[in-house]
Design a binder for this molecule. Structure first.
Ligand SMILES: Cc1cc2nc3c(=O)[nH]c(=O)nc-3n(C[C@H](O)[C@H](O)[C@H](O)COP(=O)(O)OP(=O)(O)OC[C@H]3O[C@@H](n4cnc5c(N)ncnc54)[C@H](O)[C@@H]3O)c2cc1C
Length: 343
């Protein structure tokens, strides 16, 4: 009989992030289809009661909590000790957690301590013929694999955006406290502060409905023989502001910036989509001034509806990689779209 433990950490305000609710949804679905399984929740943070109450209507049989100021910040030593203690208290055989940066770096180490195994970047969980099966992608999201493992505990880190978020309601949860004895050596690392871009300078928005991708064409000479980078800058920023889209880029465009040429100052390699970049998840994607080559479009694997604007009717997007290709001047199209959005 499997004991499925959902491991989560509350956000600064005490609530659970969407990624935690997605992991919970995956675990609840698995529990419902896996005969004889038991579902429990483990929470690690400063104060975990509000987070437990917010999901109290989910079918978990028990809630475990490691709480206290030592566990409020992301820190390998304390997070690993807390996760290990909760796994032991719950006697977990399957541990499902959101693939946040916090859990991603800690749980493979906890699996090692407990003699288990860990799989990261999991996109699906199912019970097949009474056995637990997970899905994940390899070779930069080109091949999908289905895996089963005999080792326990099995740590499964679910990629954010791959599952619907659990909508189970709240209530009053009874949290069983789990004590963790921390040697002083576990407290050596301290988070002094958080540096992040101003809200309007933050162009990567994982929850956006649309991924707006810019290619090198925005910085190339146009029909008049001139480049129009300041105009491109204004159009792209205007579009992002009005649409709240997330901003992606082709490798060529972010590379041009690294080579010291005039480019769009708000782009960095973090925006790069593709084989050597990110594979974001959004319902829709719009590519502009971009050729649509294979190493770029592989990053569009999890974009459901793909559209592109390019002057070149023979570009890669036209060869079956976009659902809709507009053969048009992106400067004119985006100017018009911005005008309509402003209304
Ligand atoms: C090992 C390897 C890994 C790679 N990894 C990645 C990766 O992760 N991500 C990635 O993006 N690339 C990657 N690449 C590079 C990739 O193959 C392409 O070279 C790159 O994506 C092309 O970028 P681009 O389309 O912006 O530029 P270009 O190929 O220069 O295309 C510019 C496009 O803009 C169009 N255009 C110009 N002006 C306008 C206008 N006014 N209106 C509309 N369209 C216009 C042109 O018609 C053209 O199609 C990789 C390559 C290799 C070899």
């Amino acid at each position: 009989m499997e004991t499925i433990l959902v491991l989560a950490h509350p956000e600064a305000g005490g609530s659970l992030a969407k990624s935690a609710r997605e992991a919970l949804h995956a675990a609840v679905t698995l529990h419902k289809t896996l005969a004889g399984s038991k579902l429990v929740v483990g929470l690690v943070g400063d104060d975990v009661q509000a987070a437990a109450d917010s999901i109290a209507a989910c079918p978990a049989a028990k809630y475990f909590g490691v709480s206290g100021a030592d566990f409020s910040q992301a820190r390998y030593a304390t997070d690993a000790a807390a996760a290990e203690a909760v796994c032991k208290a719950a006697q977990a055989t399957i541990v499902v957690a959101p693939a946040t940066s916090r859990w991603n770096r800690v749980l493979p180490g906890v699996a090692q301590r407990l003699g288990g195994r860990a799989d990261t970047h999991v996109t699906g969980l199912a019970a097949t013929g009474g056995a637990v099966t997970v899905n994940r992608w390899y070779y930069r999201q080109r091949m999908e694999a289905t895996l089963q493992r005999p080792q326990r505990p099995w740590f499964i880190l679910v990629d954010p955006g791959a599952q619907p978020a659990c909508e189970c309601g709240g209530g009053a949860a009874v949290v069983e406290p789990v004590a963790v004895q921390l040697p002083d050596a576990c407290r050596r690392t301290t988070v002094l502060g958080v540096r992040e871009p101003a809200a309007d300078a933050q162009t990567i928005r994982p929850d956006a409905q649309l991924l707006f991708v810019t290619g090198a064409g925005w910085t190339k000479k146009q029909a008049d023989g001139q480049t129009h980078v300041p105009e491109a800058d204004k159009l792209i920023r205007g579009f992002l502001k009005a649409s709240r889209a997330s901003l992606g880029s082709s490798k060529s465009l972010v590379d041009i910036g690294g080579e010291g040429q005039a480019v769009l100052p708000f782009l960095s390699h973090l925006n790069q989509v593709g084989q050597t970049g990110a594979t974001p998840r959004h319902p829709k994607g719009l590519s502009t001034c971009c050729h649509g080559e294979e190493p770029h479009t592989v990053g569009w694997r999890f974009i459901n509806e793909r559209r592109a604007i390019s002057l070149d009717p023979n570009c890669g997007w036209a060869r079956g990689k976009a659902d809709v290709l507009y053969v048009a001047d992106a400067f004119k199209v985006i100017a018009k779209v911005n005008e309509l959005l402003a209304k």
